[in-house]
Structures are given as C-alpha cells and as structure tokens.
Ligand binder design. Structure first.
Ligand SMILES: O=c1[nH]c(=O)n([C@H]2C[C@H](O)[C@@H](COP(=O)(O)O)O2)cc1CO
Length: 147
C-alpha cells in the first residue's frame, strides 16, 4: 500500500515558519508510508511570505485542493496556528478523508477546540507528541490504519 498511498501533509506557512524543522522530520518519515503530495511545505527556503507564483494565491489554493482530493490520508502538524491548515482540515473532513493531527503540548499553546474537538475515532485522530516520538507515532498510526 505504501507505494500507492498518497499523503497530504499540512503545516504552517504564512502562519509562521518556526516549526519547519519538525515538518521536515515528519515528512522524512512519511515518505516510508507513501507519496507526500505537499513536500514544498518542508522547504527550508520557503518563508512566511509563502510561495510566489505568477498565477498567485488562486493557483496555490486550487492546486492544493486538487491534491487534497487525490489524497488517501491527511497528516497535519497543528502546533503553530495557521488559517490555511485549519481550512485544509475543514475541507478534508468535508471530503471524508482520514486525518491525523499532531500537536506538541510542550509548545505551551492550547490547541483550538475546533481541531481537538473534531477528534472522531480513527477518522480524525488528534495526537499529542514530542519531537522524538515522530517516528514511533507514525509507525503506530500506519500499522493500524487500513488506508
Ligand atoms: O504558499 C502557500 N502554499 C501552500 O501550499 N499553502 C498551503 C499548504 C499549507 O499546509 C497551508 C499553510 O497555510 P498558511 O499559509 O495560512 O499558514 O496552506 C499555503 C501557502 C501560503 O498561504
């Protein structure tokens, strides 16, 4: 399944890039479990200005929604609050996608009730973690899921 599984990874861009090294660690591991459609989110050169494309934000939005539709599973790092990530998660629920949200309580933040409160069985999982648990948590998640 790992060869055919398409993973949509969400992480903050214009919401702030403080956690980009965590996104890199997550996506590095996610590659073991499938094809990551949104690798650009982990680009260390990408600042909180976001991607600069000739065709602008509409192009980014439409391209990402296309990837979201194609994906089998959505993995989001939600510690750094981001409007875009929240929007993607809402659309993912609407598209009936399977979702894993990863949150680091050690940040001192409190996760939005609209994310933690959306937890629903295996369909929408909210997992607290520390950085050194990235590999074990993803291993556990993908060994349990049939997607
Ligand atoms: O340049 C971009 N490219 C892009 O793919 N996104 C998508 C992917 C990220 O998971 C999410 C980040 O949203 P935000 O920029 O509001 O933090 O939106 C967002 C931006 C900028 O908003």
């Amino acid at each position: 399944m790992a060869q055919t599984r398409k993973i949509y990874f969400c992480g903050s861009i214009r919401g702030g890039r403080d956690d980009v090294h965590v996104y890199q660690r997550i996506v590095h591991t996610l590659r073991t479990y499938g094809t990551v459609l949104t690798e650009h989110v982990t680009n260390g050169g990408l600042t909180d200005t976001g991607e600069t494309s000739e065709s602008g934000d509409k192009h980014i939005h439409d391209r990402d929604l296309d990837w979201l539709r194609q994906s089998h599973v959505v993995v989001a790092e939600v510690t750094q609050p981001s409007l875009g990530v929240g929007y993607e998660l809402g659309r993912a629920v609407d598209l009936d996608k399977q979702v894993l949200c990863l949150f680091r309580p050690e940040s001192g933040r409190r996760l939005s009730a609209m994310i933690r409160g959306a937890a629903h069985g295996q369909k929408f999982v909210v997992q607290d973690y520390t950085q050194d648990q990235v590999e074990s948590i993803l291993n556990q998640y993908f060994s349990q899921t049939n997607i």
